[in-house]
Unconditional design. Structure first.
Length: 535
């Protein structure tokens, strides 16, 4: 699935009296006991300027968990060690994807949590099998996303044929380069890897914090090893009943709605952008630029597909909207393509996360569950969705199209229903495009005793540790004591209001370009640069 300045706390007082404690079986005592066990890992300093206490290690795991003494692969790990006397065990973190690296996420989580809470945990990041610094790391077809690609909308047989050829070539390349590896790149194998990480850490139970696809990985781990889960936080939740074909189709509608929200925001700020006060006309201007890019790539680099790539990250995080609006307005009002080319270089790279990230994404999703093998099914379904949600439907279809030709047979999805867990804390924004709201409701029902915190009106993806004190207070309380909110209205146990949308950039900020949204945009933009896009 496609891969966050967030919310006001409007109902903190209302939910303050609805807190229930976690059962004693999941108390800090068990973690403290586990901490006395000897870890098999050797940690070395790998500090960065932002994360000065970060340490690194690695662990070997079987390629095939059915043959534990067979061929081994290596997983890269990171850690920010606990400093408090009260130790609550390891907190494994995952940014999503699949294909996202979790090494620096450990530093981000440890820095972003309240200091007294972070000090009680070893925050553990890891690169799942095939990802980043783990070995081997996948790269099925270098340069697969190099511009200029065919138009994503297959308006002609020639365009469809060209896109199909790209999808087939990617699948074939993966099969040729990693034929013996692809059978073992899936969510269940990654969950089993997590349990070997737990063992290497010398602990009986783990705490877990996953974003996006990481929510599905966490739910699968909990299904396989419910007795080894102490606490778990799932933020921006995948619908496990739709992995992965149906989830991607549902995502297309949500992204289209989020793109309309962007157009409405631009129209609201007509004084800054000069694109009119009618959201429909702003959206029409966007499609007109897309049509121009399809005829002749803007700046020689941004074709129609790349133009879509540039704006898709705005569906994940509204903090990018001011930069995207500046770029769009520069072209519409003055035919200046340079800001769009710059925006493409900045934002599209966040989405694809490089050749390795996409290679693992495809390998895991194509292996996890069945995809239609008859292209006629894809054509029918995606044209049907495109009629109502044209923003990124075909872009998303081609992103996933290698699964129609994948050289490895699929597995059956995991039913994550679970009655054996301690209370799990769930976070979901009502207007999240990448993981639509219903996914949070479904998982809330499937994990008995879980608690759902909803960000009402929020449209960002990955909503905790992004500046919403209401959400973060619930997160901190849970990690501190195991407490979760109970007894809200509807599906929600607690509700937090979304923060206002961003304001247009000041002239000085605009001149710094879109890179400022990632390198200097504050905690929310840093998080969104880490979270694995597409799911």
């Amino acid at each position: 699935m496609k891969r966050r300045a967030i919310a006001l706390c409007s109902v903190a007082a209302a939910v303050a009296g609805m807190i229930t404690a976690v059962p004693s079986a999941a108390s800090a005592d068990s973690a403290a006991s586990a901490a006395s066990r000897t870890s098999a890992l050797k940690w070395t300093d790998c500090a960065t300027e932002n994360y000065p206490t970060l340490q690194c290690s690695s662990v070997e795991v079987p390629l095939d968990h059915g043959s534990p003494r067979g061929k081994k692969i290596t997983l890269a790990l990171s850690r920010v060690p606990h400093t408090a006397k009260k130790y609550q065990g390891p907190l494994l973190v995952n940014p999503g994807g699949p294909g996202g690296s979790g090494l620096t996420l450990a530093g981000y989580v440890a820095r972003s949590l309240p200091k007294d809470i972070a000090a009680q945990y070893d925050v553990i990041g890891f690169d799942p099998r095939g990802v980043g610094d783990s070995e081997p790391a996948l790269d099925c077809r270098p340069g697969h996303f190099d511009p200029v690609r065919p138009d994503s909308v297959p308006g002609t047989a020639k365009t469809e044929k060209a896109n199909l050829a790209r999808a087939k070539a990617f699948a074939e390349s993966c099969g040729k380069k990693y034929g013996k590896l692809l059978r073992y790149l899936d969510t269940v194998s990654a969950a089993k890897d997590m349990d070997l990480i737990r063992r290497a850490l010398g602990t009986k139970k783990i705490n877990y914090f996953g974003y996006s696809y990481g929510t599905y990985l966490g739910a699968v781990y909990a299904k396989l090893y419910p007795e080894r889960v102490r606490r778990a936080v799932l933020d921006s939740i995948v619908d496990p009943t739709g992995v992965w074909y149906e989830d991607n189709l549902n995502q297309d509608y949500a992204f289209d709605a989020r793109h309309k929200a962007f157009a409405a925001w631009v129209a609201k700020h007509d004084a800054a952008y000069g694109l009119g006060t009618d959201p429909a006309k702003v959206e029409a201007a966007w499609y007109k630029v897309r049509a121009a890019a399809a005829k002749s790539p803007l700046g020689g680099k941004v074709g129609a597909a790349e133009f879509e790539d540039t704006f898709i990250p705005g569906g994940y995080y509204n903090g990018y909207w001011p930069f995207l609006a500046e770029a769009l307005a520069a072209y519409v009002n003055g035919k200046d393509a340079e800001p769009l080319v710059e925006a493409y270089g900045s934002f599209a790279s966040v989405d694809a996360d490089g050749d390795n990230g996409y290679s693992v994404y495809a390998a895991v999703q194509c292996r996890d569950a069945s995809w239609p093998r008859d292209w006629k099914t894809w054509r029918h379904d995606n044209w049907k969705v495109h009629e109502k949600a044209p923003f990124m439907t075909w872009n998303n279809a081609w992103y996933n199209a290698p699964c129609a030709f994948w050289p490895v047979k699929p597995l059956k999805p995991v039913d994550v229903s679970n009655k054996k867990l301690p209370p799990v804390l769930l976070f979901q924004a009502t207007d999240d495009a990448a993981t639509p709201y219903q996914g949070g409701v479904v998982v809330h029902r499937k994990l008995r005793g879980s608690s759902l915190v909803v960000e009402q009106g929020g449209g960002n993806h990955g909503i905790t540790l992004s500046g919403n004190t209401c959400l973060d207070d619930h997160l901190a309380a849970y990690l501190a004591t195991g407490e979760v909110p109970r007894g809200g209205s509807g599906a929600a146990d607690a509700i937090c209001s979304a923060l206002p949308d961003p304001e247009p950039l000041e002239a000085a900020a605009a001149s710094r370009g879109p890179s400022a949204a990632q390198s200097g945009g504050g905690t929310a933009s840093t998080l969104h640069g880490m979270i694995g896009f597409r799911s």
